[in-house]
Design a protein around this ligand. Structure first.
Ligand code: ATP
Ligand code: MG
Length: 259
């Protein structure tokens, strides 16, 4: 079943066409890879699907319903979560509080712009739903084996753990569909290996995963299907095996890796 699809999605910034007439499909239950050279339009496609940016033309459908141009907050509440290429944690909040922020998005307390930090602090300590939320947040921290670090400030975590914490926060919104933008960026081989098994465990929970990743070993190992962007266009899609031997892909991307 197709969980999410874009049709002829285009995003132009003045003369730069970052994403050009992209048809992209996400099959429920699979791990989908989105690859392509730097500047190919991968992050822009994620942003236009998850409501951080609005397409110039084209559509996005999720569970059969059009969501084109909806706000990031409402798309998140429909069950689509994401992480960012550059880590976006609340560095001065604790590990636990960071995950509880994700939980609040699900429950529907919408933080006010500008007063974000103080509002966060106050509604985290609301008391009423606090116990349930804490329990949920701790559950996700345990999933990532970060439970013992729950009271640590996010900024004090090693880099690999910060990346995992961002995923934990996204999962706390209880998504059906999770977008990860270069989750292994900056990780050492051991951390990357660990991340691979974590992503498989996320899929085993019934969550559909889409990931942008430059680490070819990771992509080829865990993706069921891969879509390749080049200069904003969808140039190929298929299994890792098919993608590996696709001449267009080799020329656009993998060829460059070998040089
Ligand atoms: N807000 C913006 N304004 C103008 N141009 C932009 C904007 N966002 C992205 N672009 C341009 O759109 C193109 C695609 O960028 P994008 O970040 O989506 O690429 P990417 O595939 O994620 O690359 P990378 O692998 O380096 O992260 C690039 O040429 C980029 O400079
Ligand atoms: Mg990017």
């Amino acid at each position: 079943m197709i969980l999410l699809e874009t049709k002829q999605l285009t995003r132009a910034y003045g003369g730069v066409i970052a994403v050009s007439k992209v048809d992209f499909e996400v099959e429920q239950g699979l791990i989908t890879g989105l690859i392509g050279p730097n500047g190919a339009g991968k992050t822009t496609l994620f942003n236009n699907i998850t409501g951080l940016d609005v397409p110039t033309s084209g559509t996005v459908h999720y569970k059969g319903k059009e969501i084109t141009g909806k706000s990031a907050h409402s798309i998140c509440r429909m069950g689509v979560a994401r992480t960012f290429q550059n880590i976006r944690l609340f560095k001065e909040l604790t590990v636990l509080e960071n995950v509880m922020v994700g939980r609040h998005f699900k429950v529907g307390t919408s933080p006010t712009k500008g007063r974000f930090g103080s509002v966060l602090k106050s509604f985290i300590s609301l008391g009423n739903e606090e116990f349930e939320m804490k329990k949920e947040a701790l559950h996700w921290l345990d999933f990532f084996e970060l439970g013992e670090l729950s009271d640590e400030l996010a900024k004090n975590l090693p880099y690999g753990h910060q990346r995992e914490l961002e995923i934990a926060r996204a999962l706390a919104t209880e998504p059906s569909l999770l977008f990860l933008d270069e989750p292994a960026a900056g990780m050492n081989p051991q951390e990357t290996e660990h991340l691979m098994s974590t992503i498989r465990r996320i899929r085993a929970l019934g969550i559909t995963v889409v990931l942008i990743e430059h680490d070819m070993k990771l992509v080829m190992n865990i993706c069921d299907t891969i879509t390749v962007l080049n200069y904003g266009q969808n140039i190929a899609q298929g299994t890792p095996k098919e993608i590996k031997r696709n001449p267009l892909v080799i020329e656009a991307y993998l060829g460059k890796e070998d040089e």
